[in-house]
Design a protein around this ligand. Structure first.
Ligand code: NAD
Length: 433
């Protein structure tokens, strides 16, 4: 099929390359000329494992190209909309101007009967609004909503082998076209749920709200553990054995971040308020508050461990991205902790395998170094804030030799406290005695 993907960021670039891999003829369109130039030459504009290889393969096959001109999407039978829906600057709501802009632009070029498919995460009710918009603009394209569940770090595999496909449709033809797009994925037995616009939009919002709640639940338990001398990781292991609860997403630490969960739960709260159902998701405000408190707790622990103000103290910060295997620093708890420590006057030296460039754009005031070794040298405290495997695997004996004093805050609870204590470290995790 001929496919266009409008918006080639973390979602869209992977989606475009994956659709070409499935055998389609794809054009990716983005308004960011620098991003398009990179993508067109087979270079991933951000770090995502497997994407560079997929881009090179798909471009080499002649089935994938990129453009800044929406008119290049004109011949497509299916247009995916994968533009950003960030938080509005002065409210919790989602900023829908990019989605509306992309749909307006498509209205001018999409052929009658072609399908416009929303992949961006939007507040419930958006698809219905966009359908009205298309009609007002005289477009005869049809609309569907097909939310995306990929995880950064696993985006390629999640796109090619998703655990489910959700179609929000108002028209049978939309289902037929989406089945054709995803034929090879459906052939492997992937579950497909066909529903209305509102349910499809809510599936995505509800999934993110649930995941955020699970993380904040265990972080709330961490707060109680800290007040009682209990150990939250043992607690998580124990309750996680219950199949109804499950162990995944029960890792206490400095909480969630990134370009999705934080803004999506806020947008959900804002939308529920508009719908007169604020109380139904009022708990999400608590989920958000618990999450943000854990960042502050990591800073408090630094003060505790250093025995007083952090002013002028040398602190190594390992990790800047919101999670490992990504270069994404949007709403990153790791970067936030580094910035807070710096704000208190600490001499922070921060590092990350992939996130320094993005972190520098957000917090140019921080000192960034290329390696963990550079960050650790002569430090009085090390704070592990993103659980990259190279930080999890650090040898505590070696680290102790590099540092001036052996103190560690394991803000992701991924280090072995026994091994680090044996190497002479004062070790503190979050929610651990
Ligand atoms: P992003 O900021 O990385 O990418 C968005 C891209 O859209 C940018 O490159 C921007 O230049 C481009 N753009 C904006 N307006 C445009 C227009 N009119 N025409 C063409 N291009 C335009 O964002 P992202 O992380 O890829 O997220 C995109 C959407 O997908 C969001 O709604 C997000 O919530 C959702 N989502 C993201 C992920 C993820 O892991 N990143 C997962 C699931 C869903």
């Amino acid at each position: 099929m001929r496919i266009s993907v409008i918006g080639c960021g973390y979602l869209g670039a992977v989606h475009a390359a994956a659709m070409a891999k499935l055998g389609h003829d794809v054009v990716g369109v983005d308004t960011d000329a620098a991003k398009v130039e990179k993508l067109a030459s087979g270079v991933a504009p951000f770090f995502e494992p497997g994407l560079p290889e997929l881009l090179v393969e798909s471009i080499g096959s002649g089935r994938l190209r990129f453009s800044t001109d929406i008119r290049d999407a004109a011949g497509a039978e299916v247009h995916f909309v994968a533009v950003g829906t960030p938080q509005l600057p002065n409210s919790d709501g989602a900023d829908l101007r990019f989605v509306r802009g992309a749909v307006d632009a498509l209205a001018g070029v999409a052929a009658p009967g072609s399908l416009i498919v929303g992949k961006s995460t939007v507040p419930v009710g958006t698809a219905a609004e966009l359908l009205g918009r298309l009609e007002r603009l005289g477009s005869q394209a049809i609309l569907a909503w097909n939310p995306e569940f990929l995880r950064e770090g696993f985006a390629v595999a999640d796109t090619l082998t998703p655990d489910r496909l959700v179609y929000g449709v108002a028209d049978e033809r939309a289902t037929e076209l989406l089945d054709e797009v995803y034929a090879r994925i459906l052939d492997t037995g992937t579950p497909r749920i066909v529903t209305d616009f509102a349910t499809a939009e809510l599936v995505k919002t509800a999934a993110n709200a649930f995941l955020a709640t699970k993380i904040s639940f265990i972080n709330a338990m961490a707060e109680i553990a800290e007040a009682t001398g209990a150990d939250v990781t043992t607690l998580a292991d124990a309750i996680g054995h219950d199949a109804r609860i499950g162990r995944r997403f029960l890792n206490a630490g400095i909480g969630f971040g990134g370009g999705c969960l934080p803004k999506d739960i806020r947008a959900f709260t804002a939308r529920a308020e508009e719908l007169g159902r604020a109380e139904s998701v009022a708990f999400l405000r608590q989920v958000d508050a618990i999450n943000l408190r854990r960042r502050e707790r990591a800073v408090e622990l630094a003060v505790e461990l250093l025995g007083g103000p952090v002013f002028e103290r040398r602190i190594a910060v390992l990790g800047l991205t919101f999670k490992p295997d990504s270069d994404d620093t949007r709403d990153s708890p790791a970067l936030d902790v580094a910035a807070r420590l710096h704000g208190l006057g600490a001499r922070v030296r921060a590092t990350d395998p992939e996130g320094i460039e993005n972190a520098r754009l957000r917090h140019p005031q921080l000192e960034y170094v290329d390696t963990a070794q550079d960050a650790l040298e002569d430090a009085e405290l090390v704070v592990l804030v993103t659980e990259w495997s190279e930080y999890r695997d650090l040898d505590p004996e070696h680290v102790a030799k590099l540092m001036e004093t052996a103190r560690v805050i394991d803000a992701r609870n991924v280090l072995d406290p026994v091994a680090w204590r044996e190497a002479g470290f004062v070790y503190r995790g979050l929610g651990r005695s």
